[in-house]
Design a protein around this ligand. Structure first.
Ligand code: HEM
Length: 463
């Protein structure tokens, strides 16, 4: 009989609870202890057993074999309650066709147009900040990423009242999905206050998305009805945006490829995946740079030279090189999607370890980005580690903030575009002062490593 090594169990599991208390109390610190125990390490969160992949090569194998290691496990089970079978949560069997369908919305040719919308929205946001008054940078950046996402990807405008209600829903959903992923199944179904609040937020967000889609449909059919030669872009000025692509997709018999519920799944998925992530990265970049004066000096010098006090646009991007590197380094140190789960769909092996069908696995970009063998001084914030080397024949350093393989983030370039424009613009208009204190890392991460409230005051440059 073949001999397989056994997956080590992380030490310190308590009867019944396993490692749950440690994971809940300080999850980032806890996951960083795991590589000391092996390439694959089992953790027990209550009755749930999770095999955490602690080795970069095995993580690549995990991510490249997405039909064997499909989306599943506690996180994706709970995410499906919110996003149904949208692109991020659908099983591998449905994924290729869905991804092909929405991919054109993320084609490079749209990016100059997307950048224009992002820059307009950013300009309006920064102008609205009252002189000398404190704003919450977290809330403001989420407002802008939501606004720009809905405008660019959905082809709709987000009414401020709708935005506020969606932002409140999103806040609850991000916390709730993570909290519920740690609960045993029966507890998720009890009508507790927390579960009811979560269900309300999910159904409210879905209803709001349904209304946005209905509004979009109505506008589209109006513009279709008007003279097409006067209005060649029948999608309301947004070309083949996501909704336009989804609405025009047809089955072989000519009917719409997606039901209303599936359209809502997609819309909720993009909203959840594409707002707090980018906003969080920008906030952490501001925070890290203020904690590292030499980075801050170089960043603000580059921004002042390139922008001279104005908002960043598409044409500025090639010269905002250090800004982009700062964002990349932020995503290394603090990847918003920090802990993600999978499920083995068949009996399989990973690195010689036997994993029976149904095994739940997890990978953590946060853990992997901090491995000493992968990055020199992994705890040091150093944007220059991303400076292109001469000839560039060296293998690229490990970077999994956007995942890898077929399920890699579809919005990666979109996020880097928006993040770079936003970071440069926020630091361009004056001296941004963060309230002293605050944490260098979130103590209790949720679905994303979000920074929590970040009070900041912009002292505008005098002309
Ligand atoms: C800094 C910002 C972002 C980060 C760090 C990020 C991270 C990720 C990661 C790690 C995954 C893979 C999850 C897994 O392996 O389980 C993912 C998937 C995804 N992301 Fe992003 N994301 C960001 C921004 C965005 C934006 C702006 C959008 C939309 C415009 C977006 C839409 C998606 C979608 C739809 C998926 C699922 C892709 C698929 O399964 O085909 N993300 N993202």
């Amino acid at each position: 009989m073949a001999h397989h090594p056994t997956v080590a169990v992380a030490p310190g599991a308590l009867p019944g609870l396993g490692h749950l208390a440690r994971f809940v109390r300080a999850p980032l610190a806890f996951v960083r202890t795991l590589p000391a125990h092996g390439e694959l390490v089992e953790i027990r969160l209550g009755s749930t057993r999770l095999v955490v992949v602690c080795d970069p090569e095995l993580t690549r194998t995990l991510l490249l074999h997405d039909r064997v290691f499909d989306k599943g496990g506690p996180l994706y089970r709970r995410l499906r309650e919110v996003g149904g079978t949208g692109l991020a949560t659908c099983p591998a069997a449905e994924h290729r066709q869905r991804r092909r369908l929405v991919q054109p919305a993320f084609h490079q040719r749209h990016f100059p147009g997307y950048a224009r919308i992002m820059a307009d929205r950013t300009d309006a946001m920064i102008s609205s900040w009252p002189e000398g008054r404190t704003v919450d940078l977290t809330r403001e950046t989420r407002r802008i990423t939501a606004d720009a996402l809905v405008a660019t990807v959905f082809g709709a405008d987000l009414d401020p009242a709708v935005h506020s209600s969606l932002a409140a829903d999103l806040h609850e959903l991000m916390a709730g999905v993570f909290r519920r992923s740690l609960l045993p199944e029966p507890l998720c179904r009890l009508p507790t206050l927390g579960n009811r609040r979560h269900a309300r937020a999910a159904s409210h967000a879905r209803r709001t998305m349904g209304e946005l889609i209905a509004g979009y449909r109505a506008r589209k059919s109006c513009s279709d009805a008007s003279d097409a030669s006067d209005n060649p872009d029948a999608s309301g000025g947004y070309g083949d945006g996501l909704l336009s692509l989804l609405l025009s997709a047809r089955t072989p018999d000519g009917s719409g490829a997606f039901s209303d519920e599936e359209l809502i799944d997609h819309a909720v998925t993009f909203y959840v995946a594409g707002t707090e992530t980018t906003a969080g990265a920008v906030c952490w970049a501001v925070r890290f740079s203020t904690l590292h004066p030499h980075v801050h000096r170089r960043l603000t010098e580059e921004i002042a030279t390139v922008l001279g006090g104005r908002t960043a646009t598409w044409d500025d991007l090639p010269r905002l090189e250090y800004t982009r590197r700062t964002l990349t380094e932020t995503l290394r140190l603090c990847p918003p999607g920090w802990f993600l789960t999978r499920q083995a769909e068949e009996d399989t092996r990973l690195g010689g370890y036997f994993l029976p069908r149904g095994t739940t696995l997890a990978y953590s970009p946060y853990l992997l980005h901090h491995l000493p063998g992968e990055h020199a001084d992994p705890d040091t914030f150093d944007p220059d580690r991303w400076r292109p080397g001469p000839g560039d024949s060296a293998p690229s350093p490990l970077f999994l903030a956007f995942g890898a393989g077929a399920r890699r983030c579809i919005g990666d370039e979109f996020a880097l575009l928006q993040g770079t424009l936003l970071l440069a613009s926020i630091l361009s208009h004056g001296d941004l002062r963060l309230r002293p204190g605050g944490r260098p890392l979130p103590r209790l991460p949720q679905l994303t490593l979000n920074p929590g409230p970040l009070p900041a005051r912009l002292v505008r440059a005098t002309p």
